[in-house]
Design a binder for this molecule. Structure first.
Ligand code: NAG
Ligand code: NAG
Ligand code: NAG
Length: 534
């Protein structure tokens, strides 16, 4: 009687139909990269598998709405497949979880990257606990379809107890260590997630899905990237993914107003529900993006070059030309946030960077925080900027110039986002405030000018700027350098985090003036990270 809605034959036909929706081009070829020592002791082997969905898909395609397929009666479980993989970033179809273990149902585990390139034990990273962060079969395991049937197969009523967690799930495996920080959350976790999802699913020809319910939200620019239904912070509590100024929560609600957030406690509920030996329950994730910081650092681009976890997924998609090099792929996030903050959205999405009407220099002033400029140099810098802008505005037929001296800690989040959104040139001492660079729509004149103590360098904003097509300059008092002339490794000399960073204000004004003049003449720097020798 339980089979009255669907015969087994119908069910198999449905499955076959679903399988035909997706054509995978499997290019998975494990290759040894050269021995890379990133100071964290990783010997890297990377797998640059990228398997990309090549056909359009609509969320309603499977299972067909009308057929009332009851998967609880299926004898065979849907096998796991890879949509895309970069170290630390993996998009799966049909991933399972039971008792805290992520389970890949497959008869051929060699189709998948090694678990250490996908996940970890989720412990906070430090220089000495490499081994403790290596995943074991408790974190991730392979199960053959036959074993899956034995474990979860039908009970006396013919019904198994696998529950589908419907829609698209982001599985974030990181502890709070880096989650609770605006830069790492927005410019790494969200940046990398969207680069990967957009790269894997964006299809220019896709038509907007018919809207089922009224919604005040503007659709994200891509019609074919699946809606993100939930994020699960596996190793973080409610506070662990929130930063002190409140940007992370703001970002998530502004950009994904319908996304549900689950944390460690919720994951423990799901673990407890599947720890039982009496009823063998399991969870099924039809589409999931799993990210893991430790696994990303096992990849060469993050671990041995950028130290940016987002660089692994970005690079794979950029090299495959699945995302552009001027940040149009990121426009959905940027414009949703700016619109939410009450700012003006200018997203023409032309395939080339445009000349702006106004050159807006935004100085992220850190004098009220720990790491900052010598006060005298701060005043001279502001005076040099005001002088530059005044001089430029005396020219009749050029663009207008504007200078904003922004003390982020004195502004609301809305105000900060509105300033960031209209910025052409962002200027400031190395620090979290520069994360706002991801909110500015890149144009021909865009630049980030980052002030370090002489000798100091970090790639956080350097890599992030270039990945959006924005030129980045590092300044050491009265010297500057830009890619590819930066130091190979980050360096935090004494005074890096201190209150006495010197800068030659007139030098910075001249740098900006020359940058804008060169770009106006049409000199464009091709310094995208996609061209880096890594
Ligand atoms: C590194 O992390 C491990 C836990 O994974 C901890 O036992 C150890 O004390 C930490 N070491 C340092 C130097 O913080
Ligand atoms: C669930 O995991 C716990 C701890 O790892 C283990 O002791 C228990 O036997 C597992 N239960 C099942 C059903 O596998
Ligand atoms: C840069 O500053 C140093 C230290 O004040 C000075 O000796 C040097 O001449 C300056 N260089 C230029 C090109 O102005």
């Amino acid at each position: 009687m339980f089979l009255r809605h669907v015969s087994r034959r119908d069910f198999i036909l449905v499955l076959l139909g679903a399988a035909c929706f997706y054509t995978f081009s499997a290019l998975s070829s494990p290759r040894k990269s050269s021995l890379l020592n990133n100071g964290l002791g990783y010997n890297e082997q990377t797998l640059t598998a990228i398997q990309t969905v090549t056909t359009t898909e609509t969320k309603t395609a499977f299972p067909p709405v009308q057929t009332h397929v009851d998967l609880g009666l299926a004898q065979d479980f849907l096998e796991t497949s890879l949509v895309a993989h970069a170290p630390g970033w993996t998009i799966f179809r049909n991933l399972y979880m039971a008792n805290g273990t992520l389970l890949i149902v497959t008869s051929d585990p060699s189709q998948f990257p090694e678990p250490r390139m996908m996940t970890s034990t989720g412990l906070p990273g430090n220089l000495t606990n490499d081994a403790q962060r290596m995943p074991t079969a408790k974190e991730m395991d392979f199960v053959t379809p036959q074993e899956a049937k034995t474990r979860w197969g039908g009970g006396i009523d013919g019904r198994h107890r696998v529950s589908t967690v419907e829609g698209t799930t982001l599985l974030f495996n990181d502890p709070p260590q880096f989650l609770n920080h605006y830069f790492h959350f927005v410019a790494e976790l969200m940046f990398g997630s969207w680069a990967f999802l957009y790269g894997a699913f964006h299809d220019q020809t896709a038509k907007p899905p018919a809207s089922a319910e009224p919604s005040f939200n503007l659709p994200l620019i891509s019609n074919s990237v699946p809606t993100i239904d939930r994020a699960i912070f596996i190793h973080s509590d409610v506070e662990g993914w929130r930063d002190a100024p409140g940007f992370n929560g703001y970002f998530v609600r502004a950009v994904f107003p319908s996304m549900t957030v689950e944390v460690e406690t919720d994951w423990l509920d799901r673990i407890k529900a599947t720890a039982n030996t009496e009823i063998r329950r399991a969870w099924h994730f039809p589409l999931a993006l799993l990210t893991d910081r430790s696994a990303a650092f096992r990849g060469p681009i993050t671990g041995a070059y950028t130290q940016r976890t987002a660089a692994e997924p970005w690079m794979i998609m950029a090299k495959a030309k699945k995302i552009d090099l001027i940040g149009n792929w990121w426009a959905s996030m940027r414009s949703a946030l700016v619109r939410y903050a009450g700012g003006e959205v200018h997203e023409d999405l032309s395939p080339e960077l445009q000349l702006p009407e106004t050159v807006v220099i935004t100085y992220i002033n850190r004098q009220g925080t720990r790491r900052h400029l010598l006060e005298e140099d701060n005043r001279a810098l502001i005076a040099a900027m005001e002088d530059l802008v005044e001089r430029k505005n005396r020219i009749e037929d050029g663009p207008r110039w504007e200078f904003n001296n922004v003390h982020a800690e004195q502004l609301s989040l809305d105000e900060q986002i509105r300033f960031a959104a209209k910025t052409t040139i962002m200027l400031g001492v190395h620090g979290n405030g520069l994360t706002h660079l991801v909110l500015a729509k890149p144009n021909r004149l865009s630049a980030v000018v980052e002030l370090f103590i002489p000798g100091g360098f970090a790639r956080d904003y350097e890599w992030t700027s270039r990945s959006l097509g924005i030129t980045h300059y590092s300044v050491w008092f009265n010297e500057s350098f830009t890619h590819p002339h930066e130091p190979e490794w980050p360096d935090y000399p004494e005074g890096f985090h201190g209150p006495s960073i010197p800068v030659d204000g007139p030098f910075v004004a001249k740098l900006i003036e020359e940058h804008v003049a060169a770009r106006e003449k049409g000199v464009l720097a091709d310094n995208s990270p996609v061209n880096d020798q890594h």
